[in-house]
Design a protein around this ligand. Sequence first.
Ligand code: UDX
Ligand code: UDX
Length: 445
Amino acid sequence: MKVSVIGTGYVGLVSGVCLAELGHTVFCVDVDTVKIDQINQGITPIHEKGLADLLKKNVGSRLTATADLERAVHETELSLIAVGTPFDGQEIDLSYIRHVAEKIGDALKSKSAYHVVVVKSTVVPGTTDTVVTPLLESASGKKAGPDFGVGMNPEFLREGEAVVDFMSPDRIVLGACDTRSLSVMQALYAPFESVDILSTNSKTAEMIKYTANSLLATMISFSNEVGNLCKKTGKVDVTEVMQGVHLDKRLSPIIDNGRRIVPSFTTYIEAGCGFGGSCFPKDVKALISYGKSLGEPMGLLDAVIKVNQAQPRQIIAMLEKHFPSLDGVHITILGLAFKPETDDMRESPAIPVIQTLLNRGAQLCAFDPVAKDEAMKLFGEDTIQYAKTLGDALAQPQAVVLLTRWDAFKDLARLIQPMKPQPLVIDGRRMLDKNAFDRYEGIGM
Ligand code: UDX
Ligand code: UDX
């Protein structure tokens, strides 16, 4: 099938490259000509495991990047919209979606063949039907249904695992305005014969996406609230509490002779220094704002955001317990990205932690396997010392603060134990052995 993907960001580029790998002919469209040139040279503008190899394999044959949206629409049967849908502080920002919908509508005006437009970006329920479709119709002078198809196909890609998540999906959700649009969308995913495909309307597909992300975010804030209570309770470690909770056979079913299935979502029921990324915060806030616009109070999700926004302060409180003044204190920050295996610092808890410590006059040294450049864009090159290696980062800290669960930090104890005196270790992700250090503080204990 010939497909155009509009927007070559974390979602659009992964989707385009994987669809090419599956045998489709793909046009990746973007307004950013730097990205287009990079893609056509086989260079990925983003850091995603496995993406570069697949791009190199397909670019120039099954995959082409272009700024010419009209040509891409004319030469393909289906267009996926994967442009940004940021949260503007009040509500979801649909300006990019609107802009692209109009451009696609313009292209449809002069296209006689049937074409299906599918929204892949995360948009609040109703957007495909009440924003995208009317814009397509007004710009093309044609009618959705008889003249062209419209649908919604949410992405469930985790950053750092996006290629695996696309190539081995756990579900495919297809929202469509009619059966003809649906059949074209089904053809797109024909290679995934054994995957559960849920076919529904566009509004339900949009709601599934928000609900999925909001549930995961809620589990994290729930775990963090329990963790903060455990810390106040004294002699209770949230890690052990959650181990006890995870053993509930409804969470980790006992299959036979004591063996259990431990579902991976249990790792979202663990306390840490808060969730980040370009999805959870944005999506939960957009759903709250959407719900409130319909008169729903959205009290639970409001609390999920409030708990998450306060969580980085737990790190500061643990430091203040040992350093009444943070002015001039040498602190090493381990982990800057919002999660391991990515350089993305969008909404990372490391941002408020670093901002507060800099405001308090702390002398900071930071190490992250890949997010250094992103951190430099945020904090400049000389406000923080950026260590090239983990060893360099441990040269002389009075305190070490772990904020991202990079594997590289697993055996931190081996590096810390020989130090005299040992620095204070603050474990923001509870990934370390609390008994392996002279002075250890952790979230939720
Ligand atoms: C975006 C949304 O943020 C996410 O909610 C949705 O699920 C998928 O799309 P992401 O891929 O991270 O995720 O967006 P971003 O990294 O901002 O990339 C969007 C791309 O679209 C950029 O390369 C931008 O140049 C491009 N774009 C934007 C266009 O090509 N045309 C436009 O009109 C606007
Ligand atoms: C998320 C959803 O997982 C994905 O399905 C959706 O398509 C986009 O949003 P992403 O934000 O990229 O993906 O990564 P994820 O690994 O879910 O991390 C989100 C947040 O949850 C991070 O802040 C991370 O620290 C936290 N997290 C992640 C946990 O607390 N525990 C985990 O086991 C994994």
